[in-house]
Design a protein around this ligand. Structure first.
Ligand SMILES: Cc1cc2nc3c(=O)[nH]c(=O)nc-3n(C[C@H](O)[C@H](O)[C@H](O)COP(=O)(O)OP(=O)(O)OC[C@H]3O[C@@H](n4cnc5c(N)ncnc54)[C@H](O)[C@@H]3O)c2cc1C
Length: 303
């Protein structure tokens, strides 16, 4: 019987696996290898890893984990998790079943882009989802914020940290109050509420944004506010409580509201989406699993 199954091999799952391995706990990590940042060439903001390719990051992470003999990694999709008493049966795409005491959900999120022609061509090359991750690379350029919801206000303000030339495009949506528009304008952040016809780009580099009115506005990079969906349905299926913004509710050691199920990284939506934070949460979830396994063993010994 396994101590733990980790689902998802991004920074959250890998760091959880590392901590499980260093505790000598029998663990399998399953990873379908579809990380959220797979569209990018470089990731930033993780000390010692700044500028690393996402594929290289994963390679290094797996090598660290595989130094520990109690952990194995299987590149396979998990299809289902069933609960029976205190244990869980995990079913994979190949039809194999594994019984485990604990499960860590590190399955992450998927971004849904607004439906704008030309946007997929620039996403991950010159248009990104987070200025803390990619703002430095777009500093001082003519920047766009593409946001169809009320987060347009927040991102318009935030992106002005990296450039004094920021235009917020709401793509035909009236999501900003008159006061918010005035506050942005006062700091020279312009708001364009007209519908976008198309983004023009060359080899992934944004060049301009064409509006349905025929106006063409030069922009060379930017941020798009995406809709975020859970990559896997397991937390809801198992009855874990979710937060208002769609994350899995966890305590400070990654415990969900269902005993034996832990969550970490983007899945919990509890922190800014960043590799270093996901890795930290993975570490905490594994510490939670180990602490609980130890406590459960001591209770059994006493009775
Ligand atoms: C365009 C873009 C650029 C970014 N750039 C940066 C950056 O420069 N710096 C930074 O710090 N952050 C960056 N981020 C954020 C970063 O990608 C996330 O915060 C981070 O990947 C979260 O890690 P995670 O382990 O929670 O999830 P992920 O890295 O998304 O990993 C989840 C893994 O779980 C797997 N999985 C899901 N369901 C299953 C299943 N059923 N069975 C098996 N495996 C499954 C997925 O395939 C995936 O491999 C960026 C995000 C985007 C969208």
């Amino acid at each position: 019987m396994l101590d733990c199954i980790i689902i998802g091999g991004g920074p959250a799952g890998l760091n959880a696996a590392l901590v499980m391995g260093r505790a000598g706990r029998e663990t399998i990590l399953f990873d379908e290898d579809q990380p959220r940042n797979r569209v990018t060439q470089e990731s930033h903001g993780f000390i010692t890893q700044d500028g690393v390719k996402p594929s290289e990051f994963k390679k290094r992470g797996r090598a660290d984990v595989l130094k520990y003999p109690s952990v194995s990694i299987k590149e396979e999709r998990v299809e289902n998790i069933e609960r029976a008493d205190e244990l869980f049966t995990v079913l994979t795409k190949s039809g194999a079943e594994y019984v485990t005491k604990k499960v860590i959900l590190a399955t992450g999120l998927q971004d849904v882009l607004p439906n704008i022609e030309g946007l997929p061509l620039v996403y991950g090359t010159s248009v990104f989802s987070c200025p803390f991750c990619d703002g430095w690379e777009m500093r001082d350029q003519a920047l766009a914020v593409i946001a169809e919801n009320e987060r347009a206000f927040h991102m318009g303000k935030l992106l002005s940290n990296w450039s004094s030339d920021v235009i917020v495009f709401t793509n035909g949506h009236q999501v900003l109050s008159e006061t918010e528009k005035e506050v942005l304008n006062r700091q020279h952040v312009t708001v364009v509420e007209k519908k976008i016809e198309q983004l023009h780009s060359k080899e992934g580099q944004l060049q301009s944004i064409r509006l349905e009115t025929g106006e063409e506005i030069k922009r060379t990079a930017g941020i798009v506010m995406t809709d975020l969906l859970q990559s896997a349905p397991f937390a809801k299926q198992l009855g874990c409580e979710m937060t208002l913004n769609g994350g899995v509710k966890i305590d400070s050691l990654g415990r969900t509201t269902v005993k034996g199920i832990y969550a970490c990284g983007d899945t919990s939506l509890s922190a800014p989406s960043q590799l270093v934070i996901a890795a930290g949460e993975g570490s905490k979830a594994a510490a939670g699993v180990i602490a609980d396994l130890v406590e459960e063993a001591f209770v059994l010994t006493e009775s």
